[in-house]
Design a protein around this ligand. Structure first.
Ligand SMILES: [Zn+2]
Length: 476
């Protein structure tokens, strides 16, 4: 039987892995990890289903390099040497950095757990990583295009998805007809480091949406979050306007911190968020210092990085241990003049952000600025919840917990890289699918998007499903 099934996402959004079984072929999209906590121990968890061991997989598509989509992909590919593996060139480049970092964290977590008598299974090793990113069956996408030779009898196209540099959506025409589109994570709005994509141009689609019986599988992270629409304005114009408004408030906060002689501190993810903030901030004329993995990712994802470094508009903390820590101290204490410090991780659980936080959080003139989703149970979340002047525990690498008094002010600006409800709904309307599968969302995201599209008289589709963990949805 033909079907779609989500093997990851036990709890709404988490490790993602989507399986399409159709016309005798098995196509798997993404194999991510989720981050779990058990007391003091951290560990990574892959999707359910034991990586489909023993089943023949024809094609493995990696939509993009975020950990919830790619974090266990080297392991999946180890279990499936028979599968053709597809990813874009940009994603491949980024994963050489991100997966090595992930392996380092995994190894550290496993060691720590072993010290407490707890065994954690390693998801992948270095050989898996190298085989995955440099394997014999690897097809690297440099430009959007169609392939009729990767799965027998199928025509499969890949086009950019917005969201992150090199992120792709897949467009598939199986031998029995009835096409399938799976979005991966998408954004219609431009992110500075990558252009948004609603739907590909007709030069790529070549009548794809006119084929009868389309199944559209879409993410819906922000399915319940809409932007303000203005009469007579296009979706792109309104999205740009929405982001400009966030920028204005963000810059105003930074100006305030600068005027009182403080330091602006943005703990953020290295992949996507830091390069994106660098672009915004440098273009607006602010002095920026970047730390940790944010340095490598800024080089990979931001074209202007090298030029701006040369011009002194963009600074990277030194890779040299002694010089790096001197620069960090000086920057955190405001001795380098006003600057915006960008350091991973966004959760303040690890990375150089922890070191900066220890010095910056107690300063009343400083500001902690979060620019993304604030994760439940994270240190960042705790800081947002406590009153000023209260103490939190920061977990310093190797040194262990330190108590820090939080006296700086805190701000949140949500620069989401996922489509808002407006983009998600518009894509569905343009595609006019016969079957709509909504996944990669929480309950609110699902309900929000369904309400939005079903209330539109122009949508023909009434066959709507939610792609939830291990629930098989029949495909036409
Ligand atoms: Zn993503």
């Amino acid at each position: 039987m033909s079907m779609f099934c989500e093997y990851g996402q036990q709890a709404g959004i988490g490790a993602s892995m989507s399986v399409i079984r159709k016309d005798g072929k098995v196509i798997v999209v993404d194999s991510g990890i989720s981050f779990e906590k058990n007391g003091e121990l951290n560990f990574q968890l892959g999707p359910t289903g034991n990586y489909l061991q023993g089943e023949y997989v024809d094609l493995f598509i990696l939509t993009h390099d975020h950990a919830d989509h790619s974090g266990s992909a080297p392991r999946f590919v180890r279990e499936h040497p028979e599968a053709v593996v597809v990813m874009s060139k940009k994603v491949n480049e980024s994963l050489w950095v991100m997966l090595y970092d992930s392996l380092k964290i995994q190894t550290f977590d496993i060691k720590k757990a072993a010290g407490q008598g707890v065994t954690i299974e390693q998801i992948f090793n270095e050989d898996d990583l190298v085989n995955f990113l440099n394997g014999a069956n690897l097809l690297i996408i440099e430009e959007p295009g169609w392939y009729n030779d990767i799965v027998e009898g199928w025509d499969i196209g890949f086009y950019w998805a917005g969201h992150n540099p090199g992120a792709i959506s897949a467009y598939m025409i199986p031998p029995s007809g009835k096409p399938i589109q799976i979005t991966g994570d998408v954004s219609t709005h431009n992110l500075g480091i990558v252009d948004g994509v609603l739907t590909p141009p007709e030069s790529f689609l070549n009548g794809f949406y006119e084929l009868p019986g389309l199944t559209l599988i879409t993410e819906a992270t922000n399915g319940n979050r809409s932007i303000n629409r203005r009469p007579g304005r296009s979706l792109q114009e309104d999205l740009a306007h929405h982001i400009e408004k966030i920028d204005k408030a963000f810059f105003k906060t930074i100006d305030l911190v600068a005027s009182r002689g403080g330091v602006a501190f943005c703990p953020a993810f290295a992949n996507n968020r830091i390069p994106r903030l660098v672009k915004k901030l440098v273009q607006a004329g602010y002095p920026v210092w970047v730390d940790g993995l944010g340095r490598k990712m800024t080089h990979i994802q931001l074209q202007e990085a090298e030029q701006w470094k040369k011009e002194g508009k963009l600074n990277f903390f030194s890779e040299d241990r002694v010089q790096g820590s001197q620069e960090r101290e000086a920057a955190d204490r405001g001795e380098l003049g006003f600057c915006v410090i960008l350091a991973p991780s966004a959760t303040l659980e690890k990375g150089f952000a922890v070191e900066h936080a220890e010095r910056i959080l107690p300063g009343t003139n400083n500001a902690l600025i979060s620019t993304g989703h604030i994760f439940e149970g994270s240190v960042t979340k705790q800081i947002f919840e406590i009153e000023r002047g209260r103490t939190i525990w920061l977990n310093r690498f190797k040194a262990g917990p330190v108590a820090v008094n939080v006296r700086c002010d805190v701000h949140h600006f949500d620069y989401t890289g996922h489509d808002y409800q407006d983009g998600l709904a518009e894509r569905i309307l343009k595609a006019q699918p016969e079957t709509l599968i909504i996944h990669h969302c929480n309950d609110d995201g699902f309900t929000g998007l369904v309400d939005k599209v079903t209330s539109n008289p122009n949508l023909m589709c009434r066959d709507i499903h939610r792609g939830i963990h291990l629930q098989e949805i029949p495909l036409a």
